[in-house]
Design a binder for this molecule. Structure first.
Ligand code: MN3
Length: 376
């Protein structure tokens, strides 16, 4: 039995992971789950799967939960959460938190040598230089949950990094793929939330529409696979069947493919290095007799090139890219700003940023806070 902790169990990746845990109760011992505000769902998950701890990060929700007769212990806040991330308590941590808040749990896991199934790309985007240093120093392991990175990780099995010519990340192109700048200009959040292929959370759905998600993923791939961003290409593949590819120096390309279902990369990460039977629908070639590919349109979707610029500058620039995006996406979700205000503001803030060289975790957290206060 693998002892597992799930952070962000009420979110999109979290609920899909809970679904996997339910189907494999003989393989996983659920030690803890965490959520921010959705205590109703946390209670349901706790009643069904009997974890030892439920951790809540919102104070009002925590006080409310105390009245709800949970059968397990309920804990509050990041400090108590960090206490749970050690090899005595769990064998694997799934970090499915959304955004910058995932940084400290990721850092704690790699520092404490807890195998980490990572869905929180933002922690690598902002602090990849620190996190990977800990990974190499402690021989910790990060198993990517992001579908593209899982595909690359799988396509690298049995091969050597030194023989890799480039990584090719696929992008669905999002809900506005075939539209012009003018057509997208007045689009609202509810329209951006209709993703053609994937079931995803609200934040990542908007990131997918702006292509900032792909920019974040280029940075994530750079750190995970220790490869310069100049060797990472992005190709738009609207069907989302090929999840990403590795091109080797002999010209061979190895890809990983399947139906677009996040439970597959989650299942792979949680069971790695085994491949365990998974009872879900299989891919049918006849349903997809055309797989197509396009170049990303950098003029209509500036979010991707801004990501390349951020990682090229490195240091604190990816934090600016990420935090400004998080703040602007929230505003867009509340209909307070327009679609292109997201990338316009990222560009403006990146241009005005006075870079911090080789920032520490504390400096990254302070910068994130400063930007949030200012853009509020
Ligand atoms: Mn992805």
């Amino acid at each position: 039995m693998k002892k597992i902790g799930i952070l962000g169990s009420t979110g999109s990746i979290g609920t899909q992971s809970i679904d996997i845990i339910k189907k494999s109760k003989d393989r996983f011992d659920l030690i803890f789950i965490s959520g921010h505000k959705n205590i109703k769902l946390l209670k349901e998950q706790a009643d069904e799967l009997n974890p030892q701890f439920v951790l809540i990060t919102d104070l009002d929700a925590f006080n409310e939960a105390k009245k709800m007769n949970f059968t397990c212990k309920i804990l509050f806040g990041m400090n108590e959460l960090v206490e749970l991330i050690n090899v005595e308590t769990i064998d694997i941590l799934l970090n499915a938190l959304v955004g910058h808040v995932g940084l400290i749990p990721t850092y704690t896991a790699v520092k404490n040598k807890v195998p980490l199934a990572l869905a929180n790309k933002e922690s690598l985007v902002t602090a990849g230089h620190i996190i990977m240093k800990e990974v190499y120093a402690n021989k910790s392991i990060i198993l990517p949950v992001d579908s593209e990175h899982s595909a690359i990780f799988q396509s690298l099995q049995g091969n050597k990094m030194k023989n890799v010519e480039k990584l090719i990340l696929t992008a669905s192109g999002g809900p506005f793929r075939s539209l012009s700048y003018e057509e997208i200009y007045n689009k609202k959040a509810f329209q951006a939330l209709k993703h053609p292929n994937w079931t995803m959370g609200r934040k990542i759905s908007i990131d997918s529409a702006t292509l900032v998600n792909k920019g974040l993923e280029v940075i994530e791939a750079k750190w995970l696979f220790d490869i310069p961003a100049s060797k990472i290409d992005v190709v738009v593949h609207p069907q989302s069947i090929i999840h990403s590819l590795v091109q080797y120096n002999d010209s061979s390309i190895i890809a990983q493919m399947g139906r677009p279902d996040m439970r597959v990369p989650i299942h792979y990460a949680l069971n790695y290095p085994e491949r365990i039977n998974f009872d879900i629908e299989r891919f049918d070639f006849m349903k997809y007799n055309q797989l197509t590919f396009e170049s990303p349109d950098h003029k209509v979707f500036p979010g991707l090139s801004l990501g390349y610029t951020a990682i090229e500058k490195g240091n604190s620039m990816p934090t600016v890219y990420n935090t400004v995006n998080e703040v602007m996406v929230n505003k867009f979700l509340m209909d307070q700003v327009k679609f292109y205000d997201i990338s316009d503001r990222i560009e403006l803030e990146m241009n005005n940023h006075k870079m911090i060289i080789n920032p520490s975790i504390e400096e990254i957290i302070a910068l994130d806070k400063e930007i949030r206060m200012r853009l509020r």
